[in-house]
Design a protein around this ligand. Structure first.
Ligand code: DC
Length: 229
C-alpha cells in the first residue's frame, strides 16, 4: 500500500478552491473534503433552529451535535441525514458561515471531524486553516489567491449559474466583509502557511490552475504514483 498524503488548499472566497480541489482529487483518485461546507452546515442549522449567530454556546453545541456527511466526492452535503447541498450555497449562508466560523468552540468541533474524516485515507481538503491548523504537517500546502475583482466576478457567475439573482455590488461587498472577518478573527485566521506554495489564479483558466497544482503535488509526492486511496 502507498503512502497516505494530505493536500491542504487554503485561500479567500472566490479564489477557485472548490472547483480546483475537486478536480485535483478526482485526478489523484483520492478523497475531497470541502471544509467550508461544514461551517455552512452549522450556520444553516442555526438558521433553521433560530439560534442567534452571537450565541457562542449554542453554536458550539450545534457544531458538536451536527452529523455532517459528504457523498459523491463532496458534491452532496447532508446535515443529520437531510440534503442541504443547494440550501447552503446562498450569499446569506456564506456570510452566516463566516460568522459561525469565528466561534472557537465551533472550530474545535469541526477541526476534530476534519481530522477524523481523513485519518486513514489520502485527501485533498480545502478551507481557510487547513495547512496552518488542521494539518500543519500536510505533504503539500497551497495558498490559492486571486484579485478581488476576479473573485467577485467568479462568485457572480457561480450564483447566476445556480439561478440566484445577484447584484454585483452586493457580491463585492459580501466578499470584502468576509475577507475582513476571515483574516482578522482571533481564532485560526486565514493566513498563508510559511511553507505553502502561493498560486495566483487571476487570469488563468480552471484547466491551467489544475495543471499547476497537479505539477506541485507530483513534485512533492514522488510523482503521485504511490498514494494510498
Ligand atoms: O469556503 P466557503 O466559502 O464555503 O467557506 C464559508 C465560510 O466558512 C468562510 O467565509 C470562512 C469559513 N471557513 C473557515 O473559517 N475555515 C475553513 N476551513 C473553511 C471555511
Amino acid at each position: 500500500m502507498g503512502k497516505r498524503i494530505v493536500v491542504a488548499i487554503d485561500g479567500p472566497a472566490g479564489a477557485g478552491k472548490s472547483t480546483v480541489a475537486r478536480r485535483l482529487a478526482e485526478k489523484l483518485d483520492i478523497l475531497y473534503i470541502d471544509s467550508g461546507a461544514m461551517y455552512r452546515a452549522v450556520a444553516y442549522w442555526a438558521a433553521q433552529t433560530g439560534v442567534a449567530l452571537d450565541d457562542m454556546h449554542r453554536l458550539e453545541q450545534l457544531a458538536a451535535e451536527a452529523r455532517i456527511e459528504f457523498s459523491d466526492g463532496s458534491s452532496r452535503v447532508l446535515l443529520n441525514g437531510v440534503e442541504i447541498t443547494d440550501a447552503i450555497r446562498t450569499g446569506e449562508m456564506a456570510s452566516a458561515a463566516s460568522k459561525v466560523a469565528a466561534v472557537p468552540g465551533v472550530r474545535r468541533a469541526l477541526v476534530q471531524r476534519q481530522r477524523e474524516m481523513s485519518e486513514s485515507a489520502s485527501v485533498v481538503m480545502e478551507g481557510r486553516d487547513i495547512g496552518t491548523v488542521v494539518f500543519p504537517d500536510a505533504d503539500v500546502k497551497i495558498f490559492l489567491d486571486a484579485s478581488r475583482e476576479t473573485r467577485a466576478m467568479r462568485r457572480v457567475i457561480d450564483l447566476e449559474a445556480q439561478g440566484q439573482a445577484v447584484a454585483e455590488n452586493d457580491v463585492v461587498r459580501e466578499i470584502a466583509e468576509r475577507d475582513t472577518r476571515d483574516t482578522t478573527r482571533s481564532e485560526s485566521p486565514l493566513v498563508q502557511a510559511p511553507d505553502a506554495v502561493y498560486v495566483d489564479t487571476s487570469g488563468h483558466s480552471i484547466d491551467e490552475v489544475e495543471a499547476m497544482l497537479l505539477k506541485i503535488v507530483r513534485e512533492r509526492t514522488s510523482n503521485g504514483r504511490e498514494l494510498q486511496r
